[in-house]
Design a protein around this ligand. Sequence first.
Ligand SMILES: [Zn+2]
Length: 312
Amino acid sequence: MDSSFQEALRASDFDAIRRFPKSDLHNHVVGGGNPAWVSMKTNVRIDPLQRKLTSMAEMHAWAEEHLGHLNSPDNRLLLIEAAFVQAASDGVTRLEGGEDIWAPRFYKFPAAALTERLKQIHSRVAPDIEWIPQLGMSRHCLFRDLDRWIRPFLELGFYRTIDLSGNEFAQPIEKFKPIYRLAKEHGLGLKAHAGEWGDADSVRRAVEELELDEVQHGIAAAESPAVMRFLADSRIRLNVCPTSNVMLSRAESLASHPIRKLYDAGIKVTINTDDMLMFGQSVSDEFLNIYRAGCLTADELEQVCRNGLSDD
Ligand SMILES: [Zn+2]
């Protein structure tokens, strides 16, 4: 990447930003599609969130109201396709995400068949994108179910990372230790959502208990110099989603977004979309948004962009 990425930011040249290689390492895929594309394919208009929400309950209510009609196996696959379409159109060259491990029960086909469908979507829609297939889990699920559901996926030897999302307060993080050990034994990279709704200490605890390589969000760490130092020293990457944080009232504004403090503390951060269907901002939008808000400079954003293009 040459310095014209910086020039593109300074000129607010969206198309030029779009042409640069970028990563999206925090993308829930089923919620990661382009709203206009999904509206066109389903003949039901989906408008991204127009007002700030303040709780996960509100977020789930929004999703139910606006996306509830898409709750079928075929539509879910369409939504996944929409995420690959979106990533390709935005110049994303490295996309991490996948399905939740409970999903075979919903589709009524097993882990191997589901994985084949996902591979087909990737190779048909966005073969040039490096897809990092991820296994998702929800924080409210019981260990015995997770353990049962994840094994057929692990046996495939295809997935590269694991993530845990959902209500951060549903169960203590320690409950997930055995699942993370199992995933580690299978060579998967370890990620989890932490510090979106929880506090700085919860980020540190998640990293220590689960031996995480990366944290999804992790922005609450900015409240604690000690936790930021710990993350920087441990070389833990935080995959941050600025607009999501603002729209869910986790950050007051883009201008004052904690990514500034995290960056200054020497933590490796990336910029990502979370759920584009809900938040309506692509990776290119997010870079431009953060630049225009004066939160990070063009020079810093180029470094942030590079942070996501490899795992070193
Ligand atoms: Zn997320």
